[in-house]
Design a protein around this ligand. Structure first.
Ligand SMILES: [Zn+2]
Length: 287
């Protein structure tokens, strides 16, 4: 027992040492921390996707778009082949989007523009941007140690929808409808039968993800997305609570993510997207 004070002092010294050491080891957050990598595809079928993204400077534009994020470490955004798995994930400061997933989106896009003003390009650009932003959401939660209530997969979808809404009304509408369209393709029809195990997945079902992103859009701007409810893409019962859902999201993003945004760079956010999107949309329409 007599030795205890000495032991406690040693423990305290150790704790203080490590605390100071740790604090010194964590670099200060700063903007322009996005890096990128186009990995050469192993599957020749993915070469056109790689070439088109590289020629169109897709990752360079994402780098600029996400530049306002203040991060303690660099975040790499990478496109690569995944041996046949259509996947996207975040791990150890790297967002990986597989060519297989991008190929699936291209393949499932409609051949022509859709009625209601949604272009073929929107049905590609929307879900592709949604994937990059969803994974960036995971990266932000992890790298900035943002507490997440509820399921992180839903939170990452909400992060993506919120960022899309900052791209200007017309773009936000196109991208959100395009993303919802892509989700709805994966669960077509009014009645669905699915293995019960699918409901245990950490992701919401594609239909729920479609309703959720439409709800965030409608909650943010009831006029811009009015037709979504009129056409019953988003049922009235859900639509009634969307303003509240958007308020919750806006509060969380402002309070938790807002302090990590470089406000000076963020003012150019809309302009960066607007400068690059027309050429990309024209390219996608031609395919
Ligand atoms: Zn996810």
């Amino acid at each position: 027992m007599r030795h205890q004070p000495a032991v406690t002092a040693t423990v305290l010294t150790t704790i203080i040492f490590w605390t100071i050491g740790h604090a010194n080891a964590v670099p200060r957050s700063k903007p322009n921390q996005i890096q990128y990598e186009y990995v050469a595809p192993k599957n020749p079928a993915h070469q056109p996707i790689h070439d088109q993204m590289k020629q169109g400077r897709a990752l360079e534009h994402l780098q600029e778009l996400l530049g306002p994020l203040r991060l303690p470490y660099p975040l790499t955004i990478k496109v690569t082949g995944c041996d046949g798995a259509p996947n996207a994930f975040y791990n150890d400061e790297v967002v990986t989007v597989c060519y297989e997933m991008l190929a699936d989106i291209l393949k499932s896009a409609p051949a022509h523009d859709l009625p209601g003003g949604l272009s073929r390009a929107d049905t590609i650009l929307g879900p592709v941007l949604a994937i990059f932003l969803h994974e960036t959401g995971h990266a932000v939660f992890n790298m900035l140690q943002i507490p997440v209530l509820g399921r992180e997969e839903d939170a990452a979808d909400q992060f993506a929808a919120y960022v899309m809404l900052k791209l200007g009304k017309d773009e936000a509408r196109r991208l959100i409808l395009g993303t919802a369209y892509h989700h709805s393709l994966q669960m077509p029809g009014q009645q669905v039968t699915l293995p019960i195990q699918l409901l245990s997945n950490e992701h919401s079902t594609p239909a729920q993800r479609a309703f959720n992103i439409l709800c965030i859009g409608y909650g943010a701007d009831e006029k811009l997305f009015a037709d979504v409810v009129e056409k019953n893409y988003l049922p009235k019962g859900r639509a009634e609570v969307c303003a509240g859902e958007y308020d919750d999201l806006n509060f969380a993003m402002t309070k938790l993510i807002g302090p990590h945004i470089d406000k000076r760079l963020a003012r150019k956010f809309h302009e960066v997207w607007a400068r690059t999107v027309s050429a990309r949309r024209a390219n996608l329409a031609r395919q």
